[in-house]
Design a protein around this ligand. Structure first.
Ligand code: SF4
Ligand code: SF4
Length: 429
């Protein structure tokens, strides 16, 4: 794609980066076929190609940008399916980040939307506050019929039963294996996941300990910053990223850390991108580089360990399971087959739903900010899961789990592996 930035505009490092990305797009449109929003609406402005065009206009001529551009950029899920499909290697991930940051200063969103974004950025990254909101939300549900759509969507996402508060992450802790192993990892305890489903961290620690891996959780590293980053609350995101990086720096300086583990793939994608995100911050650049280099999804570290040695034999197999591939894992981190391979090693017969590349509509807090589109995608995904026929679903991201859990239970991949290696069943009768 041709661009026409002036020399003055190209002095700006962000514009220079965007220019390099834009020039790679040959406008072939292959990406449109796998873009969930285009699949749902058929509108070119809801496709990667259309959005790339709009972002070029927005960056070249910011004065002429319309509210329409903001609307269609906001409807992008950030699922990155387009990056998997694109034959030209267009880095849509970083282009949309630049586009979103720029549009924030040019277009004013409706009042309710701005307030909701503030609220989400000030509550969800803090497990304690989030838990408090879940309590209050259950009372607030009584008033749902008179609330705006995004409030109703937020309330609908709250779990019916409040889980017990998780101690993992409430202070710095070291979980040592019974038999001393040779590996040590840092685990991100997480914010929303910790409040919504503490069983995921418990399973992660049990499985790693069984495999002889010591697990360290730092209290100060409580959130990866993705949520605030993706909804345009950049100052809040930077504060969170800084706290997390500095806490991990202390731990890395103690030595012997083999990897930094995320068991929510949205967080993993973010941590792997820290080096890019704060690469021009002199205080954080070096530690961000180190952390991004050590970041692994839980399935990646399991693939390096002798999993077969801890799996209980199941000659009859453990049943059929449908694997839902979270976008942040399959498109953000390009990990798609590995979780299925591990589930097979654990004795499950693994199926995939139709359209495995399409987002379920969760996408962080997209399902709260864009409830209509998110709900359409959720229904489509659930229909495909039902057609796959298995009675259990595995996924590697808490957002997808919350979005899809229902008549067919959805649990984290690590919970099934924990079960197969002596842990509790993830689905209780
Ligand atoms: S597939 Fe890649 S090169 Fe083709 S239109 Fe989409 S982003 Fe551009
Ligand atoms: S990130 Fe997802 S929703 Fe956004 S343009 Fe790419 S494929 Fe479409």
């Amino acid at each position: 794609m041709q661009t026409h930035f002036t020399d003055t505009q190209l002095q700006d490092p962000q514009i220079r980066e965007a220019d390099g990305i834009l020039r790679k797009c040959v406008h072939c449109g292959f990406c449109t076929a796998t873009c969930p929003t285009f699949v749902m609406t058929g509108d070119e402005r809801d496709s990667p190609r259309g959005r790339i065009w709009m972002m070029r206009e927005l960056l070249e001529s910011p004065d002429s940008v319309s509210a329409d551009t903001g609307y269609h950029l906001d409807r992008c899920l950030g699922c990155l399916a387009c990056t998997t499909t694109c034959p030209s290697g267009v880095d849509y991930h970083h282009l949309i980040e630049i586009g979103r940051e720029r549009i924030d200063g040019l277009v004013t969103r409706p009042f309710g939307d701005r307030m909701m974004r503030r609220l989400l950025a000030s509550v969800i990254p803090y497990a304690g506050r989030f838990r408090m909101m879940m309590r209050l939300g259950r009372l607030g549900a009584l008033f749902a019929p008179v609330m705006p759509a995004n409030m109703r969507a937020a309330l609908a996402k709250l779990p019916k039963k409040l889980p017990a508060f998780d101690r993992v992450g409430s202070k710095t802790m070291h979980f040592k294996p019974r038999i001393k192993g040779t590996r040590r990892v840092i685990l991100l305890a997480g914010c929303a996941q910790r409040a919504l489903d503490p069983a995921i961290n418990a399973s992660t620690i049990r499985v790693l300990n069984r495999l002889g891996v010591e697990v360290t959780v730092r209290q100060e590293a409580s959130c990866c910053g993705a949520l605030a980053h993706h909804i345009g609350e950049q100052q809040a995101a930077h504060r969170t990223v800084r706290d997390t990086l500095l806490a991990w720096q202390e731990e890395l300086d103690r030595g012997d850390v083999d990897a930094i583990i995320a068991n929510a793939s949205g967080c993993g994608t973010m941590i792997k991108d820290y080096a890019h995100m704060v690469g021009d911050d002199p205080e954080l650049a070096a530690i961000a580089e180190r952390v991004s280099g050590l970041a692994r999804d839980i399935t990646e570290i399991l693939a390096e360990l002798p999993l077969e040695t801890v799996i209980d034999p199941a000659p009859e197999g453990r049943g059929q399971i449908t694997y839902h591939s979270a976008c942040s894992l399959q498109h953000g981190q390009k990990i798609h087959d590995l979780p299925m391979q591990l589930l097979r090693e654990a004795g499950f017969e693994v199926r995939q739903p139709l359209e495995p590349h399409l987002c379920c509509g969760s996408a962080g807090v997209y399902n709260i900010l864009q409830p209509e589109m998110a709900d359409g995608l959720r229904k489509r995904k659930l229909e495909n899961i039902e057609k796959a026929g298995a009675l259990m679903v595995a996924a590697g991201n808490i957002g997808c789990i919350q979005q899809l859990d229902g008549d067919i239970p959805v649990r984290h991949t690590i919970q099934y592996i924990d079960w197969a290696s002596g842990g509790p069943p993830p689905v209780q009768d």
